[in-house]
Ligand binder design. Structure first.
Ligand SMILES: O=C(O)c1ccccc1N[C@@H]1O[C@H](COP(=O)(O)O)[C@@H](O)[C@H]1O
Length: 212
């Protein structure tokens, strides 16, 4: 078991899912957001979820979802956790109560002040995913943007957390060294084009994590 856990997010094919599992990912991410090039139909998600062994967590990535979407995503993706973007506190608490699953909350970071939002998620979220803030008209994640990792220096994390945003096989070792992250989360950095995962990049990413 590597010292640092990894989530490979936005998987949509059997071969890249298998590469993430074989490479030692602790979690795999399935995106349910039609605007994303990584969006999965429920049918496709069900097929992928069936390939995932018990030791690997299945995380559904959703953007302020309604109950119907949450319920269908949980069932199809056999989700072990729900990662929420752009979802308010009350709504996230309702999703936690309804789903009975751990909630991971994406906190969009550009400045040090953005980190303080993490405090508000005590009692609701199991984990904070620090991701780079994206432009208003863009996807809330999966854009390959990174924030200044130094912002995390000395920050008193209120909850377990993962580092996300613009990670790649070439920078993840440095990112772990700078931030002390015990979990990393990647999507576009292991792709050859938006939504197209690359088995070699996935393997290189997981090797770099295992070395750190
Ligand atoms: O990946 C997506 O398409 C996506 C869509 C909507 C919300 C979140 C999404 N992805 C998450 O963003 C992080 C960072 O992505 P990247 O590594 O910078 O490309 C990713 O790990 C997903 O959790």
């Amino acid at each position: 078991m590597p010292r640092v856990a990894s989530k490979i997010c936005g998987l949509s094919t059997a071969d890249t899912l298998d590469a993430a599992i074989a490479g030692g990912a602790s979690h795999v991410g399935f995106v349910f957001f039609p605007q994303s090039p990584r969006h999965l139909t429920f049918e496709k998600a069900a097929g992928l979820a069936a390939r995932v062994p018990e030791r690997v967590g299945r995380v559904g990535v959703l953007v302020d979802p309604d109950d119907a979407l949450i319920d269908a995503a949980i069932a199809a993706g056999r989700l072990d956790a729900v990662q929420l973007h752009k979802t308010g506190r009350e709504r996230a608490a309702a999703i936690a109560g309804r789903s009975k699953l751990p909630i991971w909350i994406a906190v969009a970071v550009r400045t040090r002040a953005d980190l303080d939002q993490a405090q508000a998620w005590r009692g609701i979220a199991e984990r904070i995913v620090y991701d780079a803030k994206t432009p208003e008209d863009a996807l809330p994640g999966g854009m390959g943007l990174r924030f200044d990792w130094k912002l995390l220096d000395g920050f008193a994390h209120p909850l377990p957390w993962a580092l996300s945003g613009g990670l790649s096989p070439d920078n993840v070792g440095e990112a772990i060294g700078v931030t002390g992250a015990r979990m990393v989360d990647v999507s576009s950095g292991v792709e050859s084009a938006p939504g197209v995962k690359d088995v070699d990049k996935i393997a290189r990413f997981l090797q770099a994590v295992a070395r750190s």
